[in-house]
Design a protein around this ligand. Structure first.
Ligand code: GLA
Length: 412
């Protein structure tokens, strides 16, 4: 723990120095995490249930105010700097990394926030296009940074502090749920991806050692402890999922078609959340086969999330793992968002010792799987999966051993 703090402290110091090199002036530094979803896939935009956890990969935003109305944004990942005038912000996306920043700025302005000019240094280590929500982590880090900067004058001496602590919400007064909604809106309306609320919500509300059971309709949530002797092992197929936006939007449309079809019999059904397995049994026959299967996945998955939450609370990891397996089968066969590489990764993980359960995670069509693995079996797991995957595909996968991490906060 002590070493981790030291590493964080050093990194914050390096970022501060880099900022001074680029812009001069001492910044405040914020970070927001990526996420992995344990169970509850493609349920968020159906008003359903999800169970993500924040992970150690994150985006860091260093920021200091300017005296003019400019936003100067430097991306360390793309080695590129862009400049915007707050009074002439672009109305549409440019298909550029800065869209995620400007989208959030636009939504803050639209919500009535009075923003001043600022210099921003953006630096992240969330793998891109891997389904670990790098975009939500940028949005939430930027949103939180701009809100916090707006709230109080910058104290130039703060960079010299040696102790790194996460300031409490009551110090910042930032409503994390509103922040998540605003960032989702930026992604929906500015970036043009019709994502649900899961990623931005867990980047905002995540907690160390906890998964989050979220009701995506009411936005009520419960923190569930992840047992300390279990590692969240994320296996990256290295297949980028970035071309899958069309498929994602199509799945959403198919779910909406399902609700329209079923609402003839169920006038109170606003979303698939409101449809029970019995309802689908009774009326699903009238739906086109594809739409019926999409509905069957979502309705079954919602039930699985609630069962998984109960299992986790009882510490029954075998039961939790079995639900993960069912989730993967349903995503593969009914929702059809898996791919051969994800299926292979799941099969390989199943062969390793000490695995409670495994499934694809995130939107699908590439990206990552998640496995719950006994901590003392992790090294052997990595070997088995790495070798097997490379042998079958010729491609070396990346494997990340994670634990549940904190949501957005101020680092320095
Ligand atoms: C992406 C979206 C989320 C969610 C998942 C699928 O990560 O951003 O809102 O829909 O896919 O569960």
């Amino acid at each position: 723990m002590h070493n981790t703090n030291l590493a964080v402290e050093n990194h914050a110091h390096d970022l501060g120095q880099r900022f001074i090199q680029l812009f001069g002036g001492s910044p405040r530094i914020y970070q927001a995490p990526g996420r992995v979803n344990l169970i509850g896939e493609h349920t968020d935009y159906n008003d359903g249930f999800v169970m993500p956890a924040a992970i150690g990969f994150c985006t860091r935003v260093s920021i200091a105010p300017r005296h003019d109305r400019k936003l100067v944004i430097h991306s360390e990942n793309y080695s590129e700097q862009v400049e915007f005038d707050l009074d002439r912000l672009p109305a549409a996306r440019a298909r550029h990394w800065s869209d995620y920043v400007i989208g959030v700025v636009q939504m803050l302005v639209r919500s009535g926030k009075n923003l001043g000019g600022a210099n921003l240094l953006v630096d992240g280590n969330v793998p891109l296009g891997a389904g670990l929500s790098s975009s939500a982590s940028i949005e939430v880090a930027v949103g939180y940074a701009l809100l916090d900067l707006g709230d109080r004058a910058l104290d130039q001496t703060e960079l010299d502090r040696t102790e790194i602590e996460r300031p409490k919400d009551d110090r910042t007064n930032i409503d994390r749920t509103k922040l998540a909604l605003l960032c989702q809106q930026a992604e929906n309306e500015f970036v043009g991806a019709r994502c649900g609320i899961m990623d931005q919500f867990v980047a905002s509300h995540g907690e160390h050692g906890k998964a989050l059971l979220l009701d995506c309709r009411s936005l009520e949530y419960r923190l569930l402890p992840v047992p300390g002797d279990v590692a969240l092992v994320i296996c990256n197929t290295m297949v980028k999922h970035s071309m899958a936006k069309g498929e994602y939007n199509q799945r959403r449309a198919e779910c909406e078609a399902g609700v329209r079809g079923l609402s003839k019999h169920l006038p109170n059904a606003r979303a698939l959340r409101d449809v029970t397995p019995e309802d689908l049994e009774a009326y699903g026959r009238e739906l086109p086969d594809v739409v019926m299967r999409r509905c069957r996945h979502v309705i079954g998955e919602n039930a699985r999330v609630l069962q998984a939450a109960a299992a986790l609370e009882l510490g029954d990891l075998q039961a939790f793992g079995n639900l993960m397996r069912e989730s993967h089968r349903s995503l593969r066969d009914d929702f059809e968002v898996s791919c051969s590489e994800l299926d292979l990764m799941v099969e390989l993980a199943e062969q390793a010792e000490g695995v409670y359960g495994t499934r694809m995670t995130g939107g699908g069509f590439g990206g990552c799987t998640i496995a719950l693995v006994q901590v003392d079996c992790v090294e052997a797991f990595k070997r088995t999966v790495q070798e097997g995957y490379e042998r079958s595909t010729g491609c070396k996968p990346e494997i990340y051993v994670c634990s549940a991490a904190d949501g957005v906060g101020r680092l320095a």
